[in-house]
Design a protein around this ligand. Structure first.
Ligand code: GDP
Ligand code: MG
Length: 163
């Protein structure tokens, strides 16, 4: 079966936007509201020369960080378990939050290759965020703008290398 690439991370970092960007069309619902419930989406795509199954994760129902983390983990657990590579998405504009840290801590224990995508990195935000992200302990950060497309080629190469 196809290698599985899972996009994970807390709500509102731009996972669905990145999913749509990598898929080359709009499949997932992009929403400003972190609390919106959405189904997990999966689509077969070709990354440069390889077919992979790309999975967007979602499923949060509340805004409270404590419950968000619980729900995030629950919904992400099955997706991450099936992953060959996890694209862990964070937000260059908000920086690393406690929820990102909790999630990263959990993610490290899953033993999957992790690619750190620092989204919303267009303009100044990307340069500033990159340094902070290096100390995050998830390897080299890949600054991307899912919305505008910058950095996505390098991210794809990193995913392919990790497969
Ligand atoms: P998700 O909850 O992680 O799936 O995030 P979404 O993909 O729904 O996006 C959340 C918000 O971030 C939306 O308002 C997007 O338009 C915005 N967003 C996504 N990618 C980018 C980006 O590269 N740059 C900026 N500035 N905003 C983005
Ligand atoms: Mg989403």
């Amino acid at each position: 079966s196809l290698p599985v690439v899972v996009i994970a991370g807390r709500p509102n970092v731009g996972k669905s936007t990145l999913f749509n960007r990598l898929a080359g069309r709009r499949y997932a619902i992009v929403n400003d509201q972190p609390g919106v419930t959405r189904d997990r989406k999966s689509v077969e795509i070709i990354l440069r020369d390889r077919s992979v199954s790309l999975v967007d994760t979602a499923g949060w129902e509340e805004d409270d960080p404590q419950t968000v983390f619980g729900r995030m983990r629950k919904s992400s657990e099955s997706a991450v378990a099936s992953a060959d590579v996890v694209v862990f998405c964070v937000d260059a504009r908000s920086g690393i939050t406690p929820v990102d840290e909790h999630f990263a801590q959990w993610l490290r224990k899953q033993g999957k290759p992790i690619i750190l995508a620092v989204n919303k990195a267009e303009g100044h935000a990307g340069d500033i965020a990159a340094l902070e992200m290096y100390s995050f302990g998830l390897g080299e950060p890949y600054p991307v703008s899912a919305e505008h497309g910058q950095g996505v080629g390098d991210l794809i190469e990193a995913v392919l290398d990790a497969l």
